[in-house]
Design a protein around this ligand. Structure first.
Ligand code: NDP
Ligand code: GDR
Length: 369
Protein backbone atom coordinates (compact mmCIF):
# COMPACT_ATOMS: atom_id res chain seq x y z
CA UNK A 1 0.00 0.00 0.00
CA UNK A 2 1.17 3.50 -0.84
CA UNK A 3 0.21 6.54 1.22
CA UNK A 4 0.83 10.20 0.48
CA UNK A 5 0.84 12.56 3.47
CA UNK A 6 0.61 16.33 3.21
CA UNK A 7 1.88 17.99 6.40
CA UNK A 8 4.28 15.08 7.01
CA UNK A 9 6.66 17.37 8.93
CA UNK A 10 3.97 18.30 11.50
CA UNK A 11 3.00 16.60 14.75
CA UNK A 12 0.39 14.27 13.25
CA UNK A 13 2.41 13.69 10.08
CA UNK A 14 5.28 12.31 12.15
CA UNK A 15 3.13 9.91 14.21
CA UNK A 16 1.15 8.80 11.17
CA UNK A 17 4.33 8.11 9.17
CA UNK A 18 5.68 5.94 11.96
CA UNK A 19 2.33 4.14 12.23
CA UNK A 20 2.04 3.46 8.48
CA UNK A 21 5.68 2.35 8.10
CA UNK A 22 5.09 -0.20 10.87
CA UNK A 23 2.10 -1.48 8.88
CA UNK A 24 4.37 -2.02 5.87
CA UNK A 25 3.22 0.96 3.81
CA UNK A 26 5.37 2.81 1.30
CA UNK A 27 5.03 6.37 2.57
CA UNK A 28 5.43 9.55 0.53
CA UNK A 29 5.29 12.98 2.09
CA UNK A 30 5.11 16.55 0.92
CA UNK A 31 7.44 18.96 2.66
CA UNK A 32 7.80 22.69 2.12
CA UNK A 33 11.04 24.28 1.14
CA UNK A 34 12.34 26.25 4.11
CA UNK A 35 15.53 28.18 4.77
CA UNK A 36 16.28 25.90 7.72
CA UNK A 37 15.83 22.13 8.02
CA UNK A 38 12.19 21.42 8.90
CA UNK A 39 12.17 17.62 9.14
CA UNK A 40 13.16 17.26 12.82
CA UNK A 41 10.06 15.29 13.71
CA UNK A 42 10.67 12.61 11.07
CA UNK A 43 14.46 12.55 10.87
CA UNK A 44 14.56 9.28 12.84
CA UNK A 45 12.43 7.67 10.10
CA UNK A 46 14.36 9.12 7.15
CA UNK A 47 16.09 6.70 4.81
CA UNK A 48 18.94 7.55 2.48
CA UNK A 49 17.40 7.51 -1.04
CA UNK A 50 20.59 5.80 -2.29
CA UNK A 51 19.78 2.67 -0.30
CA UNK A 52 17.66 -0.21 -1.57
CA UNK A 53 14.01 -0.73 -0.56
CA UNK A 54 13.44 2.82 0.60
CA UNK A 55 9.91 3.15 1.93
CA UNK A 56 9.84 6.81 2.97
CA UNK A 57 10.20 9.45 0.25
CA UNK A 58 9.84 13.21 0.62
CA UNK A 59 8.74 15.52 -2.20
CA UNK A 60 8.97 19.29 -2.21
CA UNK A 61 5.56 20.86 -2.51
CA UNK A 62 2.92 23.20 -1.22
CA UNK A 63 -0.86 23.06 -0.88
CA UNK A 64 -1.07 26.41 -2.67
CA UNK A 65 0.42 24.93 -5.86
CA UNK A 66 -1.99 22.75 -7.89
CA UNK A 67 0.48 21.82 -10.61
CA UNK A 68 2.90 20.55 -7.98
CA UNK A 69 0.16 18.50 -6.27
CA UNK A 70 -1.04 17.03 -9.57
CA UNK A 71 2.51 16.00 -10.52
CA UNK A 72 3.25 14.37 -7.16
CA UNK A 73 -0.07 12.49 -7.05
CA UNK A 74 0.46 11.33 -10.63
CA UNK A 75 3.97 10.10 -9.83
CA UNK A 76 3.06 8.38 -6.57
CA UNK A 77 -0.37 6.94 -7.55
CA UNK A 78 -1.26 6.65 -3.86
CA UNK A 79 -3.86 4.24 -2.47
CA UNK A 80 -4.46 6.68 0.39
CA UNK A 81 -3.93 10.41 0.79
CA UNK A 82 -3.87 11.96 4.27
CA UNK A 83 -4.36 15.71 3.88
CA UNK A 84 -2.84 16.97 7.14
CA UNK A 85 -1.08 20.04 5.74
CA UNK A 86 -2.48 23.32 7.04
CA UNK A 87 -1.78 26.66 8.62
CA UNK A 88 -3.04 25.11 11.84
CA UNK A 89 -2.75 27.91 14.41
CA UNK A 90 -6.12 29.45 15.25
CA UNK A 91 -4.77 32.76 16.59
CA UNK A 92 -2.34 33.19 13.68
CA UNK A 93 -5.26 32.71 11.25
CA UNK A 94 -6.65 36.07 12.40
CA UNK A 95 -3.41 37.63 11.17
CA UNK A 96 -3.14 35.62 7.92
CA UNK A 97 -6.78 34.99 6.97
CA UNK A 98 -6.35 34.94 3.19
CA UNK A 99 -3.35 32.60 3.26
CA UNK A 100 -5.19 30.35 5.71
CA UNK A 101 -8.25 30.20 3.43
CA UNK A 102 -6.03 29.35 0.46
CA UNK A 103 -4.04 26.56 2.12
CA UNK A 104 -6.61 25.07 4.52
CA UNK A 105 -9.70 25.58 2.34
CA UNK A 106 -8.72 25.67 -1.33
CA UNK A 107 -5.72 23.40 -0.65
CA UNK A 108 -8.20 20.61 0.14
CA UNK A 109 -10.07 21.29 -3.11
CA UNK A 110 -6.75 21.11 -5.01
CA UNK A 111 -6.10 17.61 -3.63
CA UNK A 112 -9.63 16.37 -4.39
CA UNK A 113 -9.60 17.86 -7.88
CA UNK A 114 -6.13 16.44 -8.64
CA UNK A 115 -7.36 12.95 -7.74
CA UNK A 116 -10.45 13.39 -9.89
CA UNK A 117 -8.59 14.84 -12.90
CA UNK A 118 -5.99 12.09 -12.79
CA UNK A 119 -8.72 9.45 -12.99
CA UNK A 120 -7.90 8.14 -9.50
CA UNK A 121 -11.38 8.72 -8.01
CA UNK A 122 -11.97 4.97 -7.76
CA UNK A 123 -8.52 4.11 -6.47
CA UNK A 124 -7.32 6.77 -4.06
CA UNK A 125 -8.96 7.14 -0.64
CA UNK A 126 -8.71 10.55 1.00
CA UNK A 127 -8.56 11.52 4.67
CA UNK A 128 -9.29 15.19 5.39
CA UNK A 129 -7.99 16.65 8.67
CA UNK A 130 -11.14 18.30 9.92
CA UNK A 131 -11.46 19.82 13.35
CA UNK A 132 -13.56 20.42 16.46
CA UNK A 133 -12.99 24.15 15.77
CA UNK A 134 -15.98 23.81 13.38
CA UNK A 135 -18.24 23.70 16.47
CA UNK A 136 -16.95 27.10 17.63
CA UNK A 137 -19.72 28.89 19.47
CA UNK A 138 -21.43 26.25 21.60
CA UNK A 139 -24.64 24.88 20.06
CA UNK A 140 -24.82 21.70 22.15
CA UNK A 141 -22.59 19.48 24.31
CA UNK A 142 -21.12 17.00 23.91
CA UNK A 143 -20.44 17.70 20.22
CA UNK A 144 -21.14 14.88 17.78
CA UNK A 145 -21.32 14.38 14.00
CA UNK A 146 -24.87 15.81 14.20
CA UNK A 147 -24.02 19.03 16.05
CA UNK A 148 -24.40 22.18 13.89
CA UNK A 149 -21.21 24.08 13.02
CA UNK A 150 -20.54 27.69 14.07
CA UNK A 151 -16.89 28.47 13.20
CA UNK A 152 -15.22 31.29 15.12
CA UNK A 153 -11.94 32.01 13.30
CA UNK A 154 -10.59 32.31 9.75
CA UNK A 155 -8.96 28.91 10.40
CA UNK A 156 -12.27 27.30 11.32
CA UNK A 157 -14.11 28.90 8.40
CA UNK A 158 -11.45 27.63 5.97
CA UNK A 159 -11.69 24.14 7.51
CA UNK A 160 -15.47 24.31 7.18
CA UNK A 161 -15.09 24.83 3.42
CA UNK A 162 -12.67 21.90 3.38
CA UNK A 163 -15.19 19.76 5.29
CA UNK A 164 -18.04 20.42 2.88
CA UNK A 165 -15.98 20.18 -0.34
CA UNK A 166 -14.83 16.76 0.89
CA UNK A 167 -18.47 15.71 1.45
CA UNK A 168 -19.40 17.13 -1.95
CA UNK A 169 -16.69 15.21 -3.85
CA UNK A 170 -17.72 12.05 -2.02
CA UNK A 171 -21.33 12.51 -3.12
CA UNK A 172 -20.73 13.95 -6.61
CA UNK A 173 -17.92 11.65 -7.79
CA UNK A 174 -18.36 8.68 -5.42
CA UNK A 175 -14.89 9.27 -4.05
CA UNK A 176 -13.81 7.53 -0.85
CA UNK A 177 -13.23 10.74 1.12
CA UNK A 178 -13.66 11.09 4.91
CA UNK A 179 -13.53 13.96 7.36
CA UNK A 180 -12.03 13.15 10.73
CA UNK A 181 -13.44 15.77 13.11
CA UNK A 182 -10.58 15.56 15.55
CA UNK A 183 -10.61 17.32 18.90
CA UNK A 184 -7.34 18.73 20.26
CA UNK A 185 -4.57 16.18 20.45
CA UNK A 186 -1.17 16.72 21.94
CA UNK A 187 2.21 15.07 22.47
CA UNK A 188 5.86 15.94 23.04
CA UNK A 189 5.95 16.70 19.29
CA UNK A 190 3.24 19.38 19.55
CA UNK A 191 4.16 22.75 18.02
CA UNK A 192 5.70 25.06 20.63
CA UNK A 193 3.05 27.81 20.41
CA UNK A 194 -0.04 25.65 21.05
CA UNK A 195 -1.21 26.03 24.61
CA UNK A 196 -0.25 22.61 26.03
CA UNK A 197 3.30 22.64 24.70
CA UNK A 198 3.76 26.28 25.62
CA UNK A 199 2.81 25.31 29.17
CA UNK A 200 4.97 22.18 29.43
CA UNK A 201 7.99 24.02 27.98
CA UNK A 202 7.38 26.92 30.35
CA UNK A 203 7.04 24.63 33.37
CA UNK A 204 10.29 22.84 32.50
CA UNK A 205 12.17 26.12 32.06
CA UNK A 206 10.76 27.65 35.25
CA UNK A 207 11.55 24.51 37.26
CA UNK A 208 15.13 24.53 35.95
CA UNK A 209 15.60 28.24 36.65
CA UNK A 210 15.79 29.17 32.94
CA UNK A 211 12.62 31.32 32.93
CA UNK A 212 10.64 33.27 35.57
CA UNK A 213 7.09 33.27 34.39
CA UNK A 214 4.54 32.05 31.86
CA UNK A 215 2.37 34.66 30.12
CA UNK A 216 -0.97 33.19 29.12
CA UNK A 217 -4.29 34.15 27.47
CA UNK A 218 -7.75 32.80 28.35
CA UNK A 219 -7.38 30.32 31.24
CA UNK A 220 -11.12 29.50 31.26
CA UNK A 221 -11.15 27.90 27.78
CA UNK A 222 -12.06 24.21 28.00
CA UNK A 223 -10.65 21.60 25.67
CA UNK A 224 -11.09 17.87 25.14
CA UNK A 225 -7.41 16.87 24.98
CA UNK A 226 -6.24 13.49 23.66
CA UNK A 227 -2.91 12.03 22.47
CA UNK A 228 -1.79 12.37 18.82
CA UNK A 229 -0.66 8.72 18.77
CA UNK A 230 -4.22 7.55 19.44
CA UNK A 231 -5.68 9.97 16.92
CA UNK A 232 -3.53 8.99 13.91
CA UNK A 233 -4.74 5.43 14.34
CA UNK A 234 -8.31 6.69 13.98
CA UNK A 235 -7.37 8.43 10.70
CA UNK A 236 -6.14 5.14 9.28
CA UNK A 237 -9.16 3.19 10.56
CA UNK A 238 -11.53 5.58 8.75
CA UNK A 239 -9.93 4.67 5.42
CA UNK A 240 -10.19 0.90 6.10
CA UNK A 241 -14.02 0.89 6.30
CA UNK A 242 -16.41 -0.29 3.59
CA UNK A 243 -18.06 3.12 3.30
CA UNK A 244 -16.55 6.60 3.55
CA UNK A 245 -17.99 8.57 6.46
CA UNK A 246 -17.17 11.43 8.83
CA UNK A 247 -16.26 10.72 12.45
CA UNK A 248 -15.74 12.67 15.68
CA UNK A 249 -12.52 11.64 17.46
CA UNK A 250 -12.36 12.80 21.07
CA UNK A 251 -11.99 11.53 24.63
CA UNK A 252 -15.33 12.87 25.95
CA UNK A 253 -13.59 14.63 28.84
CA UNK A 254 -12.94 18.37 29.05
CA UNK A 255 -10.58 20.49 31.19
CA UNK A 256 -9.67 24.16 31.43
CA UNK A 257 -6.34 25.65 30.40
CA UNK A 258 -5.93 26.48 34.12
CA UNK A 259 -6.29 22.76 34.97
CA UNK A 260 -3.60 21.90 32.42
CA UNK A 261 -1.24 24.44 33.98
CA UNK A 262 -1.82 23.08 37.51
CA UNK A 263 -1.35 19.48 36.37
CA UNK A 264 1.89 20.37 34.58
CA UNK A 265 3.42 22.19 37.55
CA UNK A 266 2.36 19.29 39.80
CA UNK A 267 4.54 17.00 37.65
CA UNK A 268 7.62 18.82 38.97
CA UNK A 269 6.27 18.89 42.54
CA UNK A 270 5.03 22.48 42.42
CA UNK A 271 1.53 23.13 43.73
CA UNK A 272 -0.03 26.33 42.38
CA UNK A 273 -2.90 28.47 43.53
CA UNK A 274 -4.63 30.99 41.31
CA UNK A 275 -5.49 34.42 42.72
CA UNK A 276 -7.38 37.34 41.21
CA UNK A 277 -9.69 37.40 38.19
CA UNK A 278 -9.62 38.44 34.54
CA UNK A 279 -6.38 40.05 33.37
CA UNK A 280 -5.26 40.32 37.01
CA UNK A 281 -5.34 36.57 37.61
CA UNK A 282 -2.01 35.10 38.71
CA UNK A 283 -0.62 31.65 39.37
CA UNK A 284 1.35 31.63 42.62
CA UNK A 285 3.52 28.85 44.07
CA UNK A 286 1.77 27.41 47.11
CA UNK A 287 4.33 24.75 47.87
CA UNK A 288 7.28 23.11 46.19
CA UNK A 289 8.10 19.60 47.29
CA UNK A 290 10.60 18.22 44.76
CA UNK A 291 14.15 18.94 46.00
CA UNK A 292 15.32 19.14 42.38
CA UNK A 293 12.91 21.90 41.41
CA UNK A 294 12.63 24.16 44.45
CA UNK A 295 10.65 27.36 43.97
CA UNK A 296 9.83 29.83 46.73
CA UNK A 297 6.24 29.79 48.00
CA UNK A 298 4.55 33.03 46.95
CA UNK A 299 6.55 33.26 43.69
CA UNK A 300 4.37 34.36 40.77
CA UNK A 301 4.87 31.95 37.88
CA UNK A 302 1.77 32.56 35.73
CA UNK A 303 0.42 35.93 34.57
CA UNK A 304 -2.08 37.04 31.94
CA UNK A 305 -1.07 38.85 28.77
CA UNK A 306 -4.14 40.04 26.83
CA UNK A 307 -2.12 39.70 23.59
CA UNK A 308 -3.04 36.02 23.73
CA UNK A 309 -6.79 36.69 23.82
CA UNK A 310 -8.49 35.91 20.51
CA UNK A 311 -10.95 38.27 18.77
CA UNK A 312 -13.53 35.47 18.95
CA UNK A 313 -12.91 32.52 21.26
CA UNK A 314 -14.06 28.90 21.35
CA UNK A 315 -14.92 28.49 25.02
CA UNK A 316 -15.96 24.87 25.37
CA UNK A 317 -15.15 21.72 23.43
CA UNK A 318 -16.18 18.26 24.53
CA UNK A 319 -16.62 15.54 21.96
CA UNK A 320 -18.86 12.51 21.75
CA UNK A 321 -16.79 9.75 20.08
CA UNK A 322 -19.58 7.09 20.28
CA UNK A 323 -19.79 6.61 16.50
CA UNK A 324 -16.03 6.05 16.17
CA UNK A 325 -16.07 3.67 19.13
CA UNK A 326 -18.93 1.66 17.69
CA UNK A 327 -18.05 1.63 13.98
CA UNK A 328 -14.25 1.88 14.00
CA UNK A 329 -13.67 -0.01 17.23
CA UNK A 330 -11.49 2.96 18.24
CA UNK A 331 -10.90 4.18 21.76
CA UNK A 332 -8.27 6.44 23.29
CA UNK A 333 -5.51 4.72 25.27
CA UNK A 334 -4.03 7.84 26.88
CA UNK A 335 -5.73 9.92 29.58
CA UNK A 336 -4.83 13.55 30.23
CA UNK A 337 -2.68 12.78 33.27
CA UNK A 338 -0.48 10.47 31.19
CA UNK A 339 -0.24 13.02 28.38
CA UNK A 340 0.83 15.77 30.80
CA UNK A 341 3.38 13.45 32.42
CA UNK A 342 4.91 12.52 29.06
CA UNK A 343 5.03 16.10 27.78
CA UNK A 344 6.53 17.60 30.96
CA UNK A 345 9.13 14.82 31.19
CA UNK A 346 10.16 15.37 27.55
CA UNK A 347 10.52 19.13 28.02
CA UNK A 348 12.42 18.77 31.31
CA UNK A 349 14.84 16.46 29.48
CA UNK A 350 15.17 18.96 26.61
CA UNK A 351 15.90 21.94 28.83
CA UNK A 352 18.10 20.02 31.25
CA UNK A 353 20.42 19.55 28.27
CA UNK A 354 20.23 23.27 27.46
CA UNK A 355 20.99 24.13 31.08
CA UNK A 356 23.97 21.78 31.18
CA UNK A 357 25.46 23.46 28.10
CA UNK A 358 24.74 26.92 29.48
CA UNK A 359 26.27 26.07 32.87
CA UNK A 360 29.34 24.69 31.08
CA UNK A 361 29.79 28.03 29.33
CA UNK A 362 28.65 27.05 25.83
CA UNK A 363 26.94 29.71 23.74
CA UNK A 364 23.81 29.19 21.69
CA UNK A 365 24.80 28.13 18.15
CA UNK A 366 24.07 30.46 15.21
CA UNK A 367 24.46 33.52 17.40
CA UNK A 368 26.52 36.25 15.74
CA UNK A 369 29.06 38.12 17.81
P1 NDP B 1 1.10 21.05 12.58
O1 NDP B 1 0.96 22.53 12.58
O2 NDP B 1 2.02 20.39 13.54
O3 NDP B 1 1.56 20.59 11.11
C1 NDP B 1 1.04 21.19 9.96
C2 NDP B 1 1.76 20.64 8.76
O4 NDP B 1 1.26 21.30 7.58
C3 NDP B 1 3.28 20.88 8.77
O5 NDP B 1 3.91 19.77 8.17
C4 NDP B 1 3.42 22.10 7.88
O6 NDP B 1 4.69 22.23 7.29
C5 NDP B 1 2.36 21.77 6.84
N1 NDP B 1 1.97 22.95 6.04
C6 NDP B 1 1.67 24.19 6.48
N2 NDP B 1 1.37 24.98 5.45
C7 NDP B 1 1.50 24.24 4.32
C8 NDP B 1 1.38 24.51 2.94
N3 NDP B 1 1.08 25.73 2.49
N4 NDP B 1 1.58 23.49 2.07
C9 NDP B 1 1.92 22.26 2.51
N5 NDP B 1 2.08 21.95 3.81
C10 NDP B 1 1.87 22.93 4.70
O7 NDP B 1 -0.37 20.45 12.70
P2 NDP B 1 -0.85 19.06 13.38
O8 NDP B 1 0.05 17.99 12.98
O9 NDP B 1 -1.13 19.32 14.81
O10 NDP B 1 -2.27 18.89 12.68
C11 NDP B 1 -2.40 18.18 11.44
C12 NDP B 1 -3.69 18.60 10.75
O11 NDP B 1 -4.80 18.31 11.58
C13 NDP B 1 -3.79 20.09 10.43
O12 NDP B 1 -4.51 20.20 9.24
C14 NDP B 1 -4.61 20.65 11.58
O13 NDP B 1 -5.28 21.82 11.17
C15 NDP B 1 -5.55 19.50 11.85
N6 NDP B 1 -6.02 19.35 13.20
C16 NDP B 1 -5.13 19.29 14.25
C17 NDP B 1 -5.60 19.07 15.53
C18 NDP B 1 -4.68 19.00 16.68
O14 NDP B 1 -5.17 19.10 17.82
N7 NDP B 1 -3.37 18.80 16.49
C19 NDP B 1 -7.05 18.86 15.80
C20 NDP B 1 -7.88 18.91 14.62
C21 NDP B 1 -7.37 19.13 13.38
P3 NDP B 1 5.92 22.93 8.08
O15 NDP B 1 6.47 21.88 9.01
O16 NDP B 1 6.84 23.30 6.97
O17 NDP B 1 5.36 24.11 8.81
P1 GDR C 1 -6.78 25.52 19.56
O1 GDR C 1 -5.41 25.23 20.32
O2 GDR C 1 -7.00 26.95 19.30
O3 GDR C 1 -7.83 24.79 20.34
O4 GDR C 1 -6.50 24.81 18.16
P2 GDR C 1 -4.45 26.12 21.22
O5 GDR C 1 -3.64 25.15 21.98
O6 GDR C 1 -3.75 27.17 20.42
O7 GDR C 1 -5.48 26.88 22.20
C1 GDR C 1 -6.34 26.19 23.10
C2 GDR C 1 -7.02 27.19 24.02
O8 GDR C 1 -6.05 27.74 24.91
C3 GDR C 1 -6.29 29.15 25.03
N1 GDR C 1 -5.05 29.82 25.43
C4 GDR C 1 -3.92 29.90 24.71
N2 GDR C 1 -3.60 29.36 23.51
C5 GDR C 1 -2.33 29.59 23.04
N3 GDR C 1 -1.98 29.05 21.87
N4 GDR C 1 -1.42 30.32 23.74
C6 GDR C 1 -1.71 30.88 24.96
O9 GDR C 1 -0.89 31.54 25.57
C7 GDR C 1 -3.02 30.65 25.47
N5 GDR C 1 -3.64 30.99 26.63
C8 GDR C 1 -4.86 30.48 26.59
C9 GDR C 1 -6.76 29.53 23.62
O10 GDR C 1 -7.40 30.81 23.67
C10 GDR C 1 -7.68 28.37 23.31
O11 GDR C 1 -8.94 28.58 23.85
C11 GDR C 1 -5.86 23.53 18.09
C12 GDR C 1 -5.07 23.48 16.76
O12 GDR C 1 -4.28 22.31 16.75
C13 GDR C 1 -6.02 23.45 15.59
O13 GDR C 1 -5.28 23.22 14.38
C14 GDR C 1 -7.03 22.32 15.78
O14 GDR C 1 -7.95 22.32 14.72
C15 GDR C 1 -7.76 22.49 17.12
O15 GDR C 1 -6.80 22.49 18.16
C16 GDR C 1 -8.73 21.35 17.37
Amino acid sequence: MKALITGITGQDGAYLTEFLLKKGYEVHGIKRRASLFNTDRIDHLYQDPHEKNVNLTLHYGDLSDSTNLIRIIQEVQPDEIYNLGAMSHVQVSFETPEYTADVDGIGTLRILEAVRLLGLANKTKIYQASTSELYGLVQEVPQSEKTPFYPRSPYAVAKMYAFWITVNYREAYKMFACNGILFNHESPLRGETFVTRKITRGVAKIALGLQDKLFMGNLDAKRDWGHAKDYVEAMWLMLQQDQPQDYVIATGITNTVRDFISMSFAEVGIILEFKGTGIDEKGIVKSSKDPLYQLTPGQEVVAIDPRYFRPTEVELLIGDPSKAKKQLGWKPRYDLQTIVKEMVAADVELFRREKLLKDAGYKVLNQFE
